[in-house]
Design a binder for this molecule. Structure first.
Ligand code: NAI
Ligand code: MG
Length: 350
């Protein structure tokens, strides 16, 4: 029996509906593979913020540190600005635990409609730099309220930071279809992105088995829509990766399906797994949230914790339900509840 300790943060809204579904699936697949999960439930959320004035307690990061992974639902509550949940919870966790890779796989499963007419062969992963780049705290504002009011924010690209995420992307591509596309804009942004390009070319030389190319972000956005099947692994800076991963997830069908992982590849600190979607206040409490994003995120956690076969089985069960039944939640045109979908998936796991 292998044991893992998981910190579980359902968060807000449908986080409380999809996270239990993911935990049920983990228990089911764990039982078959001799994996046991001990869970620490944590009620950190925007609702906690409204009550107590903080997204998480002062010693929050310390309390997470001893766990093997963090499973997060979604955070967001009407009346709480986005930057509170982002800078009060998600970004501190990503940065303190050196989760410098944000990984977002996109697939169009059989039985799911993509908004694109030609969605054949969509199977890609966006690798987003998750700890530096454009999302920096360096900068400031001056002359507030005057006509010469100004704001400056510095992007930070380091050799270490770029190299490690690029290495991750090339290694991943080597295990997949062997193609890396690097997102850049070195024609317009003349310091940081030429540096990024140089480092990508430098690292590419160490991965002779992987084909690579670079595309300016604007052209890449267009190609993602026109020729999505072309892409295997796309690597981008924090901002470019953020935008591309939402675009790629939209191309893949419903926002309810998309998973993500915030990885500390060295496993010195816990990594964090969360669906891409938010707390969906418009459907909360109705039992109709699509749990696939949360369940697929849990599958990525299994993979990261050294159980790739268990992770593959979970993704295969998702694909099986979608391809071979009409069991699906209303966002995918079905009538099934979160709970009934999860039951069907677990049945097909066995
Ligand atoms: P959202 O992702 O919560 O919802 C967008 C639309 O997609 C809604 O119509 C919703 O009903 C639908 N949807 C989302 N997830 C679904 C699921 N699993 N099954 C079925 N339908 C689903 O994004 P929105 O409305 O922009 O934001 C709502 C709140 O969530 C805000 O407070 C926002 O800050 C927060 N948020 C949090 C994120 C996170 O925790 N990482 C990411 C995005 C938004
Ligand atoms: Mg985003």
């Amino acid at each position: 029996m292998t044991k893992h300790s998981i910190a579980v943060i359902p968060g807000d809204g449908i986080g409380h509906e999809v996270t239990p579904a993911a935990l049920e699936v983990l228990d089911a697949v764990g039982a078959a593979h001799g994996i046991e999960f001990s869970r620490t439930p944590l009620d950190w959320s925007c609702e906690t913020y409204l009550r107590e004035g903080a997204m998480m307690p002062d010693d929050g990061l310390e309390r997470l540190r001893g766990h093997d992974a963090v499973l997060l639902g979604a955070v967001g509550f009407p009346g709480v600005p986005d930057h509170v949940s982002l800078w009060g919870l998600l970004i501190p966790i990503r940065r303190a635990f050196r989760q410098y890779v944000n990984l977002r796989p996109v697939r169009v499963f059989d039985g799911i409609d993509s908004p694109l007419r030609d969605a054949r062969g969509i199977d890609m992963v966006v690798v987003r730099e998750n700890s530096e780049g454009e999302y920096s705290e360096i900068g400031g504002r001056m002359n507030r309220g005057f006509p010469d009011e100004m704001a400056v924010q510095q992007a930070v690209f380091t050799r270490t930071g770029v190299t490690r995420v690029v290495d991750y992307a090339f290694t991943l591509a080597g295990q997949r279809r062997g193609r890396v596309t690097s997102a850049t804009k070195s024609n317009g942004i003349v310091h940081t992105l030429p540096f990024w390009d140089e480092l990508v070319a430098e690292r590419a030389a160490s991965f002779p088995g992987v084909e690579w190319e670079q595309e300016h972000i604007d052209a890449l956005a267009a190609k993602l829509v026109l020729r999505p099947g072309h892409f295997d692994v796309i690597v981008g800076s924090n901002l470019f990766g953020d935008i591309l991963s939402d675009l790629a997830a939209a191309v893949g069908g419903s926002i309810g399906i998309a998973p993500s992982a915030n990885l500390n590849p060295e496993r010195e600190f816990p990594s964090m797994f969360e669906p891409v979607h938010g707390s969906a206040p418009d459907i909360v409490g109705r039992g109709i949230a699509n749990p696939i994003g949360a369940i697929w995120s849990a599958a990525m956690m299994l993979d990261h914790l050294g159980h790739p076969e268990a992770g593959r089985q979970v993704v295969a069960a998702i694909a099986d339900v979608l391809a071979n039944s009409d069991v699906r939640t209303p966002d995918l045109g079905g009538t099934t509840s979160t709970g009934a979908f999860t039951e069907e998936l677990i049945r097909r796991l066995k």
